[in-house]
Design a protein around this ligand. Structure first.
Ligand SMILES: [Ca+2]
Length: 419
């Protein structure tokens, strides 16, 4: 039992973020259909509900439809919008239509980006049913289901008491200057969802960071740890939103889902001497044609077994490809943006391409050291680099901290059920 006035939305047990009671317990549910308009439960008037009404499928909403009316506003719907997600408080639940209505809208109508609209619900008592989940009742009762082997009587459990640690605030009349933060740990910050929820077009920009500097110069943050904040954070190498004059070289990128390299908006970037291997959908992606040189892609090795080589826009002259090696497993034929290799070579889009196996030690086992210098790799001017040196560097304790980190195995969500 905690003071009822102490509300928080994050909790950590033994340094691990606990899961706020949610339903379904993993992945997401799917909305049944869009709802364009209806009665706004807050005003009683007809309103646009296209980004507020969640029509349930099957019995997905059964548990939440039983939440007492005065606790509904605590229930949060987390709705996915392609690259973003909104967090929306529930204003009303209608059993007859199997629908929830959020207090405020999301940045886009539901179903705008996906034909299968995904969401999950969190923070109601009936959702507390899986190990690792927690729920803070209105009266201050904190419930937590232990993980296997976890003894809550011995656990260090931490709830946040503030949302921001440091704020440097200069203004037009004078900046904050020459301050060093050294050897400090900034940990366990909270975030409280506002009454109208939160949703941004990108990057949760309406939410402040735990350390904020406005009109500041010559600040140094050195040997500090920033961890367990109220918030959280595709492609392999990705240049976007005006990335200009950037060189990306000597990188090993493999097992990504979409492009090993992707540029959306950008100018005069150089992607050179990298190894791109085994994305599952496509290898290289250029989304925008712009009226300037997007990037130069040269001296790279690209190997794959599934998906196409080039996705997006590759036919205009504002992208330069030169001296790259392409290899599709077992020498299978390659489609170059709709062209065969001979037509692609004649198209003038790609200077000196080579199709040949690069002879890695064991590509299937993801050992990407080159067995020996070979003519094909030499022909594209590729210079081998020591990718075993990649990763966290610095003091021994810092490297150990990173090495001790354990990640759960990758879980792929199931496909949506039939409507
Ligand atoms: Ca649950």
């Amino acid at each position: 039992m905690l003071p009822a006035a102490w509300r928080f939305e994050q909790l950590w047990g033994n340094g691990r973020r606990a899961t706020r009671a949610r339903s379904p317990n993993e992945f997401y549910a799917y909305m049944a259909h869009p709802v364009a308009r209806g009665i706004d439960p807050l005003t009683g008037k007809d309103a646009d509900l296209s980004s507020r009404a969640i029509a349930g499928r099957g019995d997905d909403l059964a548990a939440v439809l039983g939440v007492p009316k005065d606790e509904l506003a605590d229930v949060t719907a987390v709705v996915y919008h392609s690259w973003e997600r909104s967090r929306q408080r529930i204003a009303a639940a209608d059993v007859a239509s199997n629908t929830l209505v959020a207090a405020a809208g999301a940045p886009w109508p539901f179903f705008k980006w996906d034909k299968d609209q995904r969401y999950y619900l969190e923070n109601f008592r009936a959702a507390l049913d899986a190990p690792g989940e927690w729920f803070l009742a209105r009266d201050g009762t904190l419930s937590h289901m232990p993980l296997p082997g976890e003894d809550l009587s011995q656990a260090q459990v931490i709830a946040p008491v503030c949302g921001q640690f440091v704020r440097f605030k200069g203004d037009a009349t004078g900046s904050v200057e020459h301050i060093t933060l050294k050897g400090l740990a900034f940990e366990y910050a909270g975030y409280l969802l506002p009454p109208n929820g939160q949703g941004d077009a990108q990057a949760a920009h309406s939410i402040e960071a735990v350390i904020v500097a406005d009109a500041a110069r010559n600040l140094t943050i050195e040997d500090c740890a920033i961890a367990h904040t109220g918030l959280y954070g595709g492609w392999g190498l990705y240049t976007d939103e005006g990335s200009t004059g950037i060189t990306m070289e000597n990188n090993l990128v493999y097992n990504t889902k979409t492009g090993g390299f992707h540029q959306h908006y950008g100018k005069d970037n150089l992607i050179r001497n990298n190894i791109f291997a085994f994305p599952s959908q496509h290898q290289l992606q250029r989304t925008r044609k712009e009226d300037h040189l997007s990037f130069t892609f040269s001296n790279n090795i690209v190997v794959w077994d599934a998906g196409k080589l080039l996705d997006g826009q590759w036919q205009d002259p504002n992208v330069r490809l030169s001296h790259n090696l392409y290899w599709r497993s077992a020498g299978k034929p390659i489609d170059f943006a709709g062209k065969c290799f001979a037509d692609w070579q004649n198209s003038g889009h790609d200077e000196g391409p080579v199709i040949a196996g690069p002879q890695f030690v064991d590509a299937q086992a993801r050992h990407f050291r080159l067995k020996r210098a070979n003519a094909a790799v030499a022909a594209i001017g590729f210079k081998p680099f020591d990718f075993t040196r990649a990763g966290v560097y610095g003091e021994a304790a810092w490297k150990q901290l990173a090495a001790a980190r354990r990640y759960p195995p990758l879980a792929i969500p199931p496909l949506p059920p039939p409507p």
